[in-house]
Structure formats: structure tokens, C-alpha cells
Design a protein around this ligand. Structure first.
Ligand code: UT7
Length: 328
């Protein structure tokens, strides 16, 4: 009998501080940088984003999203066998110790529960979900917590208007359980390291100092073009593997970077925007957190129903991209 990884519960968390585009316009004006609500909205679809408080760490956001996911799955942290956390903004420099280990401790999970981070930037959640699925299908683990959590506001350069208006902080989580019923149907992951410079944090730390910029940089147009191309490819690939046609997908839950990218993907898949979960206007781009945040919003709003087919897809720095097809 096949074992599937089934979504047993979802959760998410946004930090309290909400900044509208106008808040950012005023903040940037103080340093002589010009932007406008109109530019941000028309180019990206973003109206607002949340920023973590100074003392709030990625693990703090992750724990709140995780607790909500555990509650909705009807289990406790002590039941977990594995925690996988996708982030590019870990609590500690060098990602060491892993933020997943910090979360394990803060959640009070069993110390026998394995925990590790996944780094695939905005594709991180699809990578983490595919990894968890492989462990469950292999029979290694039965209850896995998969989290995407970010405090991107910490790596934004507020002198670079081309990036600092686009990103936000947040966390989303799912509990996956081994089940005889489907479940995750197929996954597809890809990367192209030759494109690593178009979206990166160029700096390196060494001998007690940062060499190069500690802020993220992005060639927006290059990322846009590549994103639209690879998202269509990986969506078709994962659907083919799952033996599904695009018209059988009830909800597309894409990485929330730019409404124009989402519209482009939906159009290429022949899907109406009514079938796309959109949160970018309220969350901005929360990197690895964006897909599980959107998924939880879709579930809690009642849009996503049990038995429906979902297509999750993400793309970002690395360059890395991935997709997951599942029966919710
Ligand atoms: O999550 C990982 C994946 N990331 C993405 O998917 C992001 C992909 N890229 C994008 O979403 C878009 O490329 C952006 C939203 C980043 C930019 O949109 P665009 O239509 O590609 O704009 P652009 O970069 O070509 O900039 C157009 C103009 C430039 O002015 P000039 O050179 O035409 O005079 C920029 O200087 O807009 C200017 N600009 C701004 N103006 C007002 C750039 N940022 C701003 C700003 N406010 N914040």
C-alpha cells in the first residue's frame, strides 16, 4: 500500500507592524528616496507588508505559525518526528544553529525530533515540502512540521527603492502526516547556479567582519523574465507527474512576489485568476513564507476545501524553483 504525505493542518503568522505603501513613501522620503503608492501597486500589486519588531526573530514568527498549524492538525509538538524550516533569514549568522533547532526548543517539541533548515530562498517552501514528502513516503517519519519563515526586513537596503518596497516578514506552516489517502501527488525541484548573481546577498562574513554588502540585491527584470519561464515549465512538469491537467487544478497557490508574474503564469496555464490565491497585496514578498502564508489564508477563508487539487510553486534566488501538486 502506498504511503502519502497529507496536509493535516496549516497555520500562519504576520508580525503586528503593518506598513502601507504610503508609510514607506514617507520613510524613504526622509533619506531623499522617491517612490509612490502608484509605482509600487502597478509594478508589483503590493499595497502593504508587515515588518517584525526589533526583538522578534524568524524563529518567533515560525513558532506562532507552527503552533497554529499543530492546533489545526489536532496534534501537539510532542507528536512531531521532524521539523523542516525554510528560510534565508535565519536567527543566527551562518544559519548556525539552525532556526529549526531553535523552533524545536521554543515549541517544546520532543528532543528526539529531527530538525534542520532548508535554504532555497523564495523556492524554499517547495524544497522543504518535497523533502518532507520524500521522508514520509520512504516510511522514515510520520508527522512532519514544514515551515517557511522570514524576517526579510533585516536584509533590505532602504537606499535601494527597487527592492525595499517589495518584501515583508511573516511565517506559514503545515503539518504533514503519513496517510493511506492522498496527499502530495508529485513534486519537482530545479536550480541554476549560473544565475546566482541576479538575486543575492553578495557579502560574506569572515574574521569578525562583513566583506561586501549584507543587503539583498536584485536585477528585477532578469528575475521577472526567468521566473515567468521556469514557473510555467515546472507547473507542467509537476502536473504531468501527477497525471493531472491544468483544468483539474482547483487552486494555484503561487509564490507571492508580483501580481504580474502570477497573472502571467495563470494565463499560460489557461487558468482564471479566480483560481489563484493572492495575498501579495497585503503581505508583499515574504520569500519562503509566502506560499504557506497564502495556503493558510486560502484554507481559513474557506476558499480551499478538502478533496481539492492544489498546485504550489515558487521561484527565487539561487536561482532555484520548484512545484508541488497535492490533493488537500
Ligand atoms: O521572490 C523572488 C522573485 N522576485 C521577483 O519575482 C521579482 C521580479 N521582478 C519584479 O517583480 C519587477 O521587475 C520589479 C517589481 C522589481 C520592477 O518592475 P519593473 O517593471 O521591472 O521596473 P524596472 O525595474 O524596469 O524599473 C522601472 C523604473 C526605473 O526607472 P527608469 O530607469 O525607467 O527611469 C526605476 O528606477 O522604475 C524605477 N523604480 C522606481 N520608481 C519608483 C524602481 N523602483 C522604484 C520605486 N519607486 N520603488
Amino acid at each position: 500500500m502506498s504511503i502519502f504525505a497529507r496536509v493535516a493542518g496549516t497555520g500562519s503568522y504576520l508580525p503586528e507592524q503593518r506598513l502601507t505603501n504610503q508609510d514607506l513613501v514617507e520613510r524613504l522620503a526622509k533619506t531623499g528616496l522617491e517612490t509612490s503608492d502608484e509605482w509600487i501597486t502597478t509594478r508589483s500589486g503590493i499595497s502593504a507588508r508587515h515588518f517584525a519588531a526589533e526583538n522578534e526573530l524568524t524563529s518567533d514568527l515560525a513558532v506562532k505559525a507552527a503552533q497554529a498549524a499543530l492546533d489545526s492538525a489536532g496534534i501537539t509538538s510532542e507528536d512531531l518526528d521532524l521539523i523542516i524550516l525554510a528560510t534565508s533569514t535565519p536567527d543566527h549568522l551562518g544559519g548556525f544553529p539552525s532556526t529549526a533547532c531553535v523552533v524545536q526548543d521554543k515549541l517544546g517539541a520532543h528532543t528526539a525530533c529531527a530538525a534542520f533548515d532548508v535554504q532555497a530562498v523564495c523556492a524554499g517552501f517547495t524544497y522543504a515540502l518535497a523533502t518532507a514528502d520524500a521522508f514520509i513516503r520512504a516510511g522514515s517519519y510520520k508527522k512532519v512540521l514544514v515551515i517557511g519563515a522570514e524576517t526579510f526586513s533585516r536584509i533590505l537596503d532602504f537606499q535601494d527603492r527597487g527592492t525595499c518596497v517589495l518584501f515583508g516578514d511573516g511565517a506559514g506552516a503545515v503539518v504533514l502526516e503519513a496517510s493511506a489517502k492522498p496527499g502530495i501527488l508529485s513534486t519537482a525541484l530545479h536550480a541554476d547556479g549560473s544565475q546566482r548573481d541576479i538575486l543575492c546577498v553578495p557579502g560574506r562574513s569572515g574574521n569578525g567582519a562583513v566583506h561586501g554588502s549584507p543587503f539583498m540585491t536584485m536585477d528585477g527584470q532578469a528575475v521577472f523574465k526567468l521566473a515567468v519561464k521556469v514557473l510555467e515549465q515546472v507547473a507542467h512538469e509537476v502536473l504531468e507527474k501527477a497525471n493531472l491537467k491544468p483544468e483539474q487544478i482547483d487552486w494555484l497557490v503561487p509564490h507571492q512576489a508580483n501580481i504580474r508574474i502570477m497573472e502571467g503564469t495563470a494565463k499560460k496555464m489557461g487558468m482564471s485568476m479566480d483560481k489563484v490565491i493572492v495575498t501579495v497585496h497585503e503581505h508583499g514578498n515574504t520569500s519562503a513564507a509566502s506560499i504557506p502564508l497564502a495556503l493558510d489564508v486560502g484554507v481559513r477563508s474557506g476558499q480551499i476545501q478538502r478533496g481539492q487539487h492544489l498546485l504550489l510553486e515558487g521561484v527565487g534566488g539561487g536561482f532555484a524553483w520548484g512545484a508541488v501538486a497535492l490533493k488537500y
